[in-house]
Write a protein that binds this ligand. Structure first.
Ligand code: F6P
Length: 550
């Protein structure tokens, strides 16, 4: 890929950043009153307004030039056509194939993967209909009422986030519960409310070796057996989503009850695959299909829109500009909708597990800041928690504000109150409040001059904090699918611009391996040689455990 910093566009952006750092967003709006028209794009019911970012036409021109210098179009084609762009694991990256294709053939290692996708989708549809209609019965002949989805990371966050996003106003014959944590509390408190005879477990694990998931799955089997005592209970109450049929069989799951996926679907991009089974069970297959359609609309947009009008490309370029060139270290994700409360957590994994890296494709250390720290929570709650920092903290945190034109549930004036807050925040973060404005407001309230003098420094807001606003027509399956896929393509583009491989996660694998080793040591009560802190902690923990269990 070549060294990014030696590209002419990169160097021009570096010098542009030095001058743009002297500007204020307010001045850009004064100089260009049409910024909203110039710097917003809409596609299939999603408006993307990036006008409140510190970008000028010169900056955008160079950012687009950078995307071209990085051969983004050619990399995009490679991804969509199934080339093995996950270079460290030698895998294709084809989550896009799960949500529709314009051609009839897509080859991976000589095999057309499209019929495989159709086959699994049909299997999901049949199963979902059987469970939702009551045809699928538990071991004692009772209709299933509750689904417990066991999985972690990409095998949990996407399905749970989408389920939560679309649950308001959904009448489902099934309750869906998600268990991801290995702490024991989550599975215990979930199971205590349930009737084993009417509960179905979906164990989602691409590898079927993830220790947290297998620990929860084994606890679920034991609970089922202790509650139900039927010989064929597991086959009637457990299905799996995995690529590892050997392990699912070993676990005791009937091969007919295994929904498969492939190594060309990355965990954090997998909600469109059979990993989305809990979503389909909860919402019904038609709604799941709408989700896929929304994502496919985003795929088509990403493939065909010119970079200047291409939402995911712009998202990635803005992230790079704000982070790598302008020096931001974090980015906030602020959904103004309670049902989207898991979006920040979902995007944390999607972006940080993908691009939180410091090695280039060629195996060299990157010479720049890669992705920002992604964090956030629902906007209104955030306003009463950390927005103080966003407005007056010493670091600038660019933020994505996400809201909808139509609420999922219309209650009195609620949506107007909610969205007024969202619009007000982006305006305030951009404009800030000057000394003169603060003084004038205080004077109007009758404050004397010495009080004004002492209060002004505390009440001044510098403003000039970049924000992007994403407005969905509705929070429905189509638009949520589209929104997630836009972020996915942003992340892909960001990886190309940063010259990092977005589709592996060696940092996560490191922790997994060490945890397995330490678990063995704790179980045996014999510790290998660690540093003094780890040894001290293990000794303290083991000793106290014995004391507490005595
Ligand atoms: O979080 C790391 C990770 O490897 C993710 O990429 C993946 O989604 C998750 O663990 C769960 O893995 P599995 O689906 O194999 O249980």
């Amino acid at each position: 890929m070549g060294c990014r910093t030696s590209l002419a566009s990169w160097q021009k952006l570096t010098s542009l950043a030095a001058s743009v750092k002297q500007l204020h967003l307010k001045d850009l709006f004064n100089a260009q009153p049409q910024r909203f028209d110039q710097y917003s794009v809409s596609h299939s019911g999603i408006l993307f307004d990036y006008s409140k970012n510190l970008v000028s036409s010169d900056v955008l021109k160079q950012l687009i030039a950078l995307a071209e210098d990085c051969e983004l179009s050619s990399w995009r084609d490679k991804m969509f056509s199934g080339e093995k762009i996950n270079i460290t694991e030698q895998r294709a990256v084809l989550h896009t194939a799960l949500r529709g294709s314009e051609s009839s053939e897509l080859l991976v290692d000589g095999e057309n993967v499209l019929p495989l996708v159709t086959e699994q989708l049909e299997k999901v549809a049949t199963f979902v209909n059987a469970v939702r209609s009551g045809d699928w019965r538990g071991a004692t002949g009772k209709v299933i009422t509750d689904i417990v989805s066991i999985g972690v990371g990409g095998s949990n966050l996407g399905p749970q986030m989408v389920t939560e996003a679309l649950s308001p106003n959904t009448q489902s014959p099934l309750n869906v519960h998600y268990v991801s944590n290995a702490d024991g509390v989550q599975i215990a408190t979930t199971l205590e409310k349930l009737n084993a005879e009417t509960t179905l477990f979906v164990v989602s694990s691409k590898t079927f070796t993830t220790s947290e998931t297998m620990t929860n799955a084994n606890t679920a089997v034991n609970w089922l057996k202790s509650e139900c005592l039927q010989r064929d209970a597991v086959s009637k109450h457990f299905v799996a989503v995995s690529t590892n049929i050997e392990k699912t069989t070993e676990f005791g799951i009937d091969p007919d009850n295994v929904f498969t996926m492939w190594d060309w679907v990355g965990g954090r991009f997998s909600l469109w695959s059979t990993i989305g089974l809990p979503i389909a069970l909860y919402l019904g297959f038609d709604q799941f299909n709408q989700l896929l359609k929304g994502a496919h609309a985003a795929d088509l947009h990403f493939k065909s829109a010119p970079f200047e009008q291409n939402i995911p490309v712009l998202m990635a370029l803005l992230s790079l500009w704000n982070t790598t060139f302008m020096g931001a270290k974090a980015q906030a994700i602020l959904p103004y909708d309670q049902s989207m409360h898991m979006l920040p957590a979902y995007l944390q994994q999607a972006e940080m597990e993908s691009n939180g890296k410091s090695t280039t494709f060629a195996g060299e250390q990157v010479a720049y800041t890669s992705v920002p720290l992604i964090w956030g929570m629902t906007g209104i709650n955030g306003q009463h928690a950390f927005y103080q920092y966003l407005h007056q903290g010493t670091t600038v945190v660019p933020a994505d504000f996400i809201g909808s034109v139509t609420p999922r549930i219309n209650v009195g004036k609620h949506h107007t109150v909610l969205m007024s807050n969202m619009f007000a925040q982006t305006e305030a973060l951009m404009n800030g409040v000057t000394d003169e404005e603060v003084a004038a407001q205080l004077r109007e309230k009758g404050a004397d001059e010495s009080e004004i003098e002492s209060l002004v420094p505390h009440k001044v807001h510098q403003g000039n904090r970049p924000t992007t606003t994403i407005l969905l027509d509705k929070i429905d399956a189509f638009h949520v699918g589209q929104l997630i896929a836009l972020y996915e393509h942003k992340i892909f583009t960001q990886g190309i611009l940063l010259d990092v491989c977005s589709f592996d996660q060696w940092g996560v694998e490191l922790g997994k391996g060490l945890a397995n080793a330490i678990q063995g040591e704790l179980e045996r009560g014999e510790f290998a040689i660690h540093d003094s802190s780890t040894t001290g902690l293990l000794n303290y923990f083991s000793k106290k455990r014995v004391e507490y269990s005595a």
